[in-house]
Design a protein around this ligand. Structure first.
Ligand code: ADP
Ligand code: MG
Length: 595
């Protein structure tokens, strides 16, 4: 190839290259335009999209407007009214400052900006097509600014190929405007998609009211406020109850000085604060607002300013962590304990005034209740070990020992080679193995049993019709998710039908679940806490399994052991935690330093 001389690129091409960074997809345009509106002091921002923003993106505000003489400059690269010096870069109080957005957008679309500056007798517009000023003149607009972007990326088909479906692009626009509206609950926002109103948020709402429009009621009810100061930095917001956690991280919303950011440090700090309260597959839900002196954070490290850099990462991490812990400590304990509660905690939970756990797993009063919880025929009787009386697990009402771990003799478990010795710490079942000793975590083991029952079809498909359908209101976000998980829910035994706009009637529930509990699970599934069948099984089994800290009578323990021994993959619970920890003779010798 023959060498070409070095030339300065034409202005339009330079803008297209810059557009590659700032204008990735329709939602980037929505973000830039709405930010300009807020920077101009707008109290209301109305956004209209058609065909996911590909045909039209229009953003109109009631802000300060642009003087007629500056309109053409507004769409010129590196032209901004927001900073004038390098020092200003370190005290940025506006969303924009690079002077790149309008010219970048205008280089890959047909952009028309109309603005009425206070005191002017009329509004004016400029029109730029693919980077070339096409037209300007007087226009009709009572106040503020309206920017219309048509045919985004039509002139650069290569960029169109990177876009997803119109519905997905529309959802991203919705998401970005939602985030902005949370940072500015004082301002009004509206979004219209193809002529249909998607949301309309009145001015002067508080954060909780705004979130209630976007997050399911079950999640919003559990939100707790936090507000924490440390060395001149502040972290405030709302934190979700761990009991309503979901398997996705899309409800971790972080803002730094009012700017929505996706920041790994903040996400890590949040997950760290929730550690021990969530399973590893679960994510917390929160809206976190960090307020820092402007020179503590560099916002000029990402063209779309989605990422930021903190001067003192360690300080930010501990600020966020401590702020969230403040909210979490006032919350009720979660439905399952990663670590067993202390005796005092258990006693205080048993007090009648404190019995209202968010989700209370069934506690099996008797062997029969225990067995019927997963609807199976009784186990083959186990034979008693040396010196023991044979227990008859199939007996419909076995005597319940006063203290289950005392008075009880070893029982050998069929031909498994295992002998049940007793329960310790109200959590572990102690087993003698052919060459040593093993501890079985009763919660993990029961989860595995319930999970296998669902997976093997013992639960799947069966369903228990309700005499009277239970009606429930569906939040728009829940209705959307129901379309995705509906088939899975039916396979699990749920039956349901539409009962008017935004309402649903639950007509059948999985066997072994009472209507109230079934309703709770159904809600959890449609509020996004679990996306696929295995996830739902895991959740159902976790929520229904006996807990660490539950005293098990010997017949209850034996029933659990028998069902657990039948499970494939029985050494692990469905989340992947070990259910069984074994010590063979060599391990024991090592522990006692005999070797
Ligand atoms: P930046 O926001 O980084 O300054 P932009 O290209 O987004 O760069 O906008 C250029 C300039 O146009 C802004 O600095 C501002 O003065 C003006 N402007 C843009 N949008 C609006 C609006 N909606 N209302 C008033 N002025 C606006
Ligand atoms: Mg801007």
């Amino acid at each position: 190839m023959s060498r070409r001389p070095i030339v300065l690129l034409p202005e339009a091409l330079r803008n297209q290259i810059a557009a590659g960074e700032v204008v990735e997809r329709p939602s980037s345009v929505v973000k830039e335009l709405a930010e300009n509106s807020l920077d101009a002091g707008a109290r209301r921002v109305d956004v209209e999209l058609s065909r996911g923003g590909l045909a039209l993106i229009a953003v109109q505000d009631d802000g300060g407007g642009v003087p007629p003489g500056e309109l053409a400059l507004a769409v010129t690269r590196h032209a901004t009214s927001k900073i004038v010096s390098t020092a200003d870069l370190w005290r940025i109080a506006t969303f924009g400052f690079r002077g790149e957005a309008l010219p970048s957008i205008a280089s890959v679309s047909l952009l028309r900006m109309t603005s009425r500056f206070p005191g002017e007798s009329e509004a004016r517009y400029v029109e730029v097509e693919n980077g070339r000023l096409r037209d300007e003149g007087p226009a009709a607009l009572a106040a503020g600014t309206r920017v219309e972007v048509r045919g985004l990326f039509q002139s650069v088909p290569a960029r169109l190929k990177f876009l997803r479906s119109e519905a997905t692009e529309a959802r991203r626009c919705q998401d970005i405007l939602m985030r902005m509206s949370l940072a500015r609950p004082d301002a009004a926002f509206s979004l219209t998609l193809d002529g249909r109103e998607s949301f309309r948020l009145p001015p002067g709402q508080d954060l909780a009211a705004r979130l209630a429009r976007f997050w399911p009621p079950a999640v919003c009810q559990g939100l707790r406020p936090f507000d924490f100061d440390l060395d001149g930095a502040r972290a405030r917001g709302l934190a979700g109850d761990p009991a309503t956690a979901q398997g996705r991280g899309d409800r971790i919303l972080c803002f730094v000085n009012g700017r929505a950011v996706q920041d790994r440090l903040l996400t890590r700090a949040a997950r760290n604060a929730y550690q021990g309260r969530l399973l590893t597959s679960e994510f917390p839900q929160l809206a976190l607002f960090l307020e820092l002196p402007p020179d503590e954070v560099d916002v000029n490290v990402h063209p779309a300013k989605l990422e930021v850099r903190f001067r003192d990462e360690g300080a930010i991490f501990s600020l966020v962590r401590r702020a969230l812990l403040q909210a979490l400590e006032v919350m009720a304990p979660t439905a399952f304990f990663e670590t067993p509660p202390s005796r005092e905690e258990r006693e205080s939970l048993a007090a009648p005034s404190q019995r209202a756990l968010p989700v209370e797993p069934p506690k099996f009063g008797s062997y029969r209740e225990f067995r019927s919880s997963y609807g199976e025929s009784p186990v083959a009787p186990f034979s008693a070990g040396r010196g023991g009386e044979a227990q008859r697990p199939a007996d419909p009402s076995p005597p319940r020992p006063q203290s289950p771990s005392a008075a009880s003799a070893p029982v050998s478990l069929g031909d498994s080679g295992l002998t049940y010795l007793g329960q310790v710490a109200d959590t572990y079942l102690v087993l003698r193995t052919p060459d040593g000793l093993a501890l079985l975590d009763q919660h993990a083991a029961h989860e595995r049993v319930l999970f296998e029952n669902m997976r093997s079809g013992r639960t799947r498909g069966e369903s228990q019709p309700l005499a009277v359908g239970l009606e429930l209101d569906l939040h728009p976000s829940e209705a959307e998710l129901l379309e995705e998980v509906g088939a899975d829910l039916r396979r699990l035994g749920f039956g349901f039908r539409e009962a008017g706009a935004g309402r649903l009637a639950l007509t059948a529930v999985p066997p072994g679940l009472d209507a109230g509990k079934a309703m709770e699970y159904f809600r959890a599934a449609v509020s996004g806490q679990s996306r696929n069948l295995a996830g739902l099984w895991t959740m159902l089994s976790c929520r229904s399994a006996i807990k660490a800290g539950d005293v098990l009578a010997r017949d209850e323990a034996l029933a659990l052991l028998s069902a657990w021994l039948d499970c494939p993959e029985r050494d692990y619970c469905p989340h992947g935690r070990p259910a069984l920890v074994a010590f063979n003779e060599a391990d024991l010798e090592k522990l006692f330093k005999r070797k």
